[in-house]
Ligand binder design. Structure first.
Ligand code: 5GP
Length: 188
């Protein structure tokens, strides 16, 4: 069974559970390539530089933008985040599919550069559930939480522009749907 390596882009509002979903999928698909994004936000407790993100200063980030190192970058919830083109190219040329977990602006920009990219939107069952999950995570200040919830409404409006939409009502179910989406597109 031959698979064509593909670039998948997974987006969805903060707190929707896309990180957990993608981790579950990676357990089933250890062949997927790993990419580490760059960000100017401060590390959270437990986050490791070069593993969770490349944590950059604003100046470093600017330099890399000017050097054309980013496949895409965007301002998300008050900080900058970007995908280094080298990380994606390295994996695709090694025959590995890649999943990028990036915000909606970044996703739509990736599609301009990579028209074959498959955009997958993860939706919450409702805004109420999203707020509960984000509060339960206890990673954000009240201000950051409010910003993320306000941004969520705008992000959900862009869902129709994605190739695939998955409702994260149940983690196991949503993960198997995402696995199926990967396989279907890799067969095309
Ligand atoms: P967090 O601060 O919770 O780690 O991430 C906040 C948001 O930034 C997430 O919704 C995530 O999708 C987005 N993000 C993470 N890495 C990238 C990236 O490389 N590019 C873009 N455009 N967004 C990213």
């Amino acid at each position: 069974m031959s698979r064509t390596p593909k670039l998948f882009v997974v987006s969805g509002p903060s707190g929707v559970g896309k990180g957990t979903l993608v981790s579950l999928v990676r357990e089933q698909r250890p062949d997927l390539g790993l990419t580490v994004s760059a960000t100017t936000r401060q590390p959270r407790p437990g986050e490791v530089d070069g593993v969770s993100y490349h944590f950059l200063t604003n100046d470093d980030f600017d330099r890399r933008v000017e050097a054309g190192e980013f496949l895409e970058w965007a301002n998300v919830h008050g900080n900058r985040y970007g995908t280094l083109a080298s990380e994606v190219d390295r994996n695709l040329s090694a025959g590995k599919s890649v999943i990028l977990e990036i915000d909606v602006q970044g996703a739509l920009n990736v599609r301009k550069v990579f028209p074959d990219a498959v955009l997958v939107f993860i939706e919450p069952p409702s805004m109420e559930v999203l707020e509960q999950r984000l509060r339960g995570r206890e990673t954000e200040s009240e201000e950051s939480l409010r910003l993320r919830l306000a941004d969520a409404a705008g992000e959900l409006e862009l869902a129709p522009r994605y190739d695939e939409r998955i409702v994260n009502d149940d983690l196991e179910r949503a993960a198997s749907e995402l696995l199926r989406v990967l396989e279907t597109h890799e067969m095309n």
